[in-house]
Design a protein around this ligand. Structure first.
Ligand SMILES: *[C@@H]1O[C@H](CO)[C@@H](O)[C@H](O)[C@H]1NC(C)=O
Ligand SMILES: *[C@@H]1O[C@H](CO)[C@@H](O)[C@H](O)[C@H]1NC(C)=O
Ligand SMILES: *[C@@H]1O[C@H](CO)[C@@H](O)[C@H](O)[C@H]1NC(C)=O
Ligand SMILES: *[C@@H]1O[C@H](CO)[C@@H](O)[C@H](O)[C@H]1NC(C)=O
Ligand SMILES: *[C@@H]1O[C@H](CO)[C@@H](O)[C@H](O)[C@H]1NC(C)=O
Ligand SMILES: *[C@@H]1O[C@H](CO)[C@@H](O)[C@H](O)[C@H]1NC(C)=O
Ligand SMILES: *[C@@H]1O[C@H](CO)[C@@H](O)[C@H](O)[C@H]1NC(C)=O
Ligand SMILES: *[C@@H]1O[C@H](CO)[C@@H](O)[C@H](O)[C@H]1NC(C)=O
Ligand SMILES: *[C@@H]1O[C@H](CO)[C@@H](O)[C@H](O)[C@H]1NC(C)=O
Ligand SMILES: *[C@@H]1O[C@H](CO)[C@@H](O)[C@H](O)[C@H]1NC(C)=O
Length: 274
């Protein structure tokens, strides 16, 4: 990269003028200060192109706008932060897209929201997604994603919404989820998850909605759910859960919807909630 290339920088944003100054200061040391000091918006452009490359069917030709004639921040479905021109949201929901999710998505390190729901994305959720520690919402519901929920997802330590319902996910709920204590919405419904519902869900003190109906979950409903003072919707129907409903759950004044039907649960609901 030479100065001539940098001279086309529009010093309108604070970042680029800072980078410019940093560069002018250091260029004769032969350092690529723009990429070292500022992170690298080129990383985002390349990662988006890798993402595009894994899409095999795009009937509305949404991704034809992902070309070099316009800046990637103007590509359809891409939102950038105002200051840094880094990708903060990727919204390509309900566009009949077919393809897999490129592991390079993990390089979009400023990403806060991923909305790919209601398409036909297949293959696994790439573990590289766990590198997106700023991610707040991951919406993948109604696709055909397979494989396990990657344990690396716990790297998304700021995640508020994890919505992967109506896919073909298998395996157990990863134990690494235990550290994701900011979660407010967890939707796993209509997959083929197995194993138990881990007791650590009781530590998700911001949890408002848990939907896990239509899987193959087994074991008891952990009594720790009784600690979730914000829980409003709790839906575990159509699994293979057994045991009894922990009475503490009926003390939750926030609870609006409760469904554990079509399991192997025995005992009766307390009369005052029926
Ligand atoms: C990356 O940032 C540099 C300097 O801030 C700017 O000149 C360049 O146009 C940007 N490139 C892209 C693809 O955003
Ligand atoms: C994403 O990051 C990985 C690891 O740092 C790197 O190997 C890969 O080339 C990057 N991909 C893009 C598109 O920049
Ligand atoms: C590039 O994207 C722009 C904006 O959507 C569009 O007008 C143009 O036709 C595209 N170019 C190609 C070669 O697809
Ligand atoms: C899902 O996408 C279809 C079109 O493929 C659309 O008709 C439907 O409204 C979408 N549903 C949701 C929940 O966005
Ligand atoms: C990103 O996700 C958060 C949490 O769900 C939400 O509050 C916010 O409106 C979303 N922002 C965008 C740009 O989609
Ligand atoms: C799920 O996505 C398919 C398209 O892939 C669409 O036809 C269907 O209506 C969607 N279901 C819901 C509940 O949105
Ligand atoms: C998954 O996490 C492990 C442990 O943190 C790490 O070593 C590995 O590189 C991560 N994998 C990916 C694909 O990011
Ligand atoms: C779910 O998993 C069970 C056990 O592995 C298997 O028998 C069943 O066919 C699977 N169902 C679906 C819809 O994949
Ligand atoms: C819940 O969090 C507390 C405090 O961080 C921890 O000691 C406990 O083991 C956690 N419970 C579960 C079931 O993970
Ligand atoms: C429900 O709440 C009442 C009043 O706070 C308390 O006495 C009782 O022990 C609680 N029951 C359960 C099962 O947590």
């Amino acid at each position: 990269m030479g100065l001539s290339q940098l001279s086309s920088v529009q010093p309108s944003s604070r970042t680029s003028s800072f980078c410019m100054r940093a560069f002018v200061h250091f260029w004769w040391f032969g350092l690529l200060v723009t990429s070292v000091v500022c992170g690298n918006n080129e990383t985002d452009r390349l990662a988006l192109l890798e993402f595009k490359a894994e899409i095999t069917h795009d009937p509305f030709e949404v991704l034809s706008s992902w070309n070099d004639s316009i800046h990637f921040c103007q590509w359809r479905g891409v939102t950038c932060g105002l200051r840094h021109q880094r990708v903060t949201a990727l919204d390509l929901q309900s566009l009949k897209l077919v393809g897999s999710i490129s592991p390079h998505i993990g390089n979009l390190s400023f990403l806060r929201n991923i909305s790919l729901q209601n398409n036909s994305f297949y293959n696994e959720i790439p573990p590289e997604i766990g590198r997106l520690f700023r991610l707040q919402s991951l919406l993948l519901f109604n696709n055909t994603m397979s494989g396990k929920i990657p344990s690396n997802i716990s790297g998304c330590s700021n995640l508020l919404v994890l919505s992967v319902g109506s896919n073909q996910l298998v395996g157990e709920i990863p134990m690494t989820l235990a550290s994701m204590t900011k979660l407010q919405i967890i939707a796993f419904h209509f997959n083929n998850l197995t194993g138990n519902i881990p007791p650590f869900f009781g530590n998700f003190s911001f949890l408002v909605l848990l939907s896990a109906f239509g899987n193959n979950l087994e074991g008891n409903i952990p009594h720790t759910f009784g600690q979730l003072s914000k829980l409003s919707m709790f839906s575990l129907g159509q699994n293979s859960l057994s045991g009894t409903i922990p009475p503490s759950i009926f003390n939750l004044s926030s609870l609006r919807q409760f469904n554990v039907g079509y399991n192997k649960i025995h005992g009766h609901l307390p009369l005052d909630i029926v």
